[in-house]
Design a protein around this ligand. Structure first.
Ligand code: NAP
Length: 263
């Protein structure tokens, strides 16, 4: 059976999940694709940490992945703008297919990277960057091609949704609800991007760009997180028969495109 070599940039929460899925569903994947996926090498910072892959499959040198002729697909799950962006550029130029879960990078530099992918004749996939479990990007791009989309509304950040639910149901403070979310593995050690609304804003910029066929720049997204919400706000909402959620809202009208994230 033909083997497809995969190189992973980053082996944290998402990278480890990917390795688990490929191992657990190996037979199913082979049956469906008629191909076998071979996780050849993963890029990490710290070689001493215990990982899901054996030592021999770990490296701190990205060149070993980018220059390996047996690696056809590069999966970028390291996060942040740099060095992720440069590594994706190098991968596309080296003739690799790239898959990324990096919403910040796609929201800020997606246009540049997709242009490069077209120029180099490679594919750049980013379904995992926004609500990968649904999934929504391919649906917007392909299944809804014949539809004119005038609005996008949704709760697209799980961490803040969990926190607001706890605050609403149990009267917890934001700090206590956040600590609980971290304990349960719903929130990251550094939750700033979620709490301040940036995670939802990156996702909205990507979705609005696709849905409205326009380039929505991050600087144009109004972003307000949940950092200032107090239990009393939830109480007032409840008294009035409402609740509070962090919403991502995109509107496309003759007046222009409006994109905002706020409670
Ligand atoms: N977590 C989620 O639920 C989720 C969901 C959808 C999308 N995403 C996106 O997926 C990406 C990864 O998220 P994550 O939660 O998996 O992050 P993470 O747990 O922090 O993992 C990041 C990994 O990248 C490696 N890394 C980071 N910078 C590096 C560098 N300069 N050189 C070498 N290795 C480096 C880290 O190495 P060390 O382990 O050695 O530190 C780590 O293994 C992000 O773009 C995030 O927005 C995450």
């Amino acid at each position: 059976m033909k083997q497809i070599g995969i190189g992973i940039l980053g082996l944290g929460t998402v990278g480890t999940g990917l390795c688990k899925l490929i191992a657990e569903n190996q037979e199913l994947i082979e049956k469906r694709l008629g191909l076998s996926l071979d996780l050849k090498l993963a890029l990490v910072r710290d070689l001493k940490r215990k990982r899901i892959l054996p030592q021999g499959r770990l490296t701190t040198d990205p060149k070993r992945i980018l220059q390996d002729p047996e690696i056809q697909i590069i999966v970028e799950v390291m996060g942040g703008m740099q060095p992720a962006k440069d590594l994706i550029i190098q991968a596309l130029k080296a003739g690799k297919t790239v898959v990324t879960a990096n919403k910040e990078l796609i929201a800020r530099s997606g246009h540049e990277l997709l242009t490069l992918a077209t120029e180099t004749g490679q594919d750049l996939y980013f379904e995992a960057s926004v609500a990968g479990g649904i999934p929504i990007i391919r649906t917007l791009k392909e299944s809804l091609t014949a539809n004119k989309i005038s609005g996008l509304y949704g709760i697209i950040n799980g961490t803040t949704n969990y926190i607001l639910s706890k605050m609403s149901q149990q009267g917890s403070t934001l700090e206590a609800a956040l600590a609980k979310a971290q304990e349960q593995g719903y929130a990251e050690a550094d939750p700033a991007s979620d709490i301040e609304g940036w995670d939802a804003a990156y996702k909205l910029a990507i979705l609005a760009s696709i849905a409205f066929g326009s380039r929505v720049e991050m600087e144009r997204v109004h972003v307000e997180g949940i950092g200032k919400i107090q239990p009393v706000d939830l109480k007032y909402c409840q008294d009035l028969g409402y609740t509070l959620k962090l919403l991502a809202i995109g509107k496309n009208s003759p007046a222009g495109i409006e994109v905002r994230v706020h409670p």
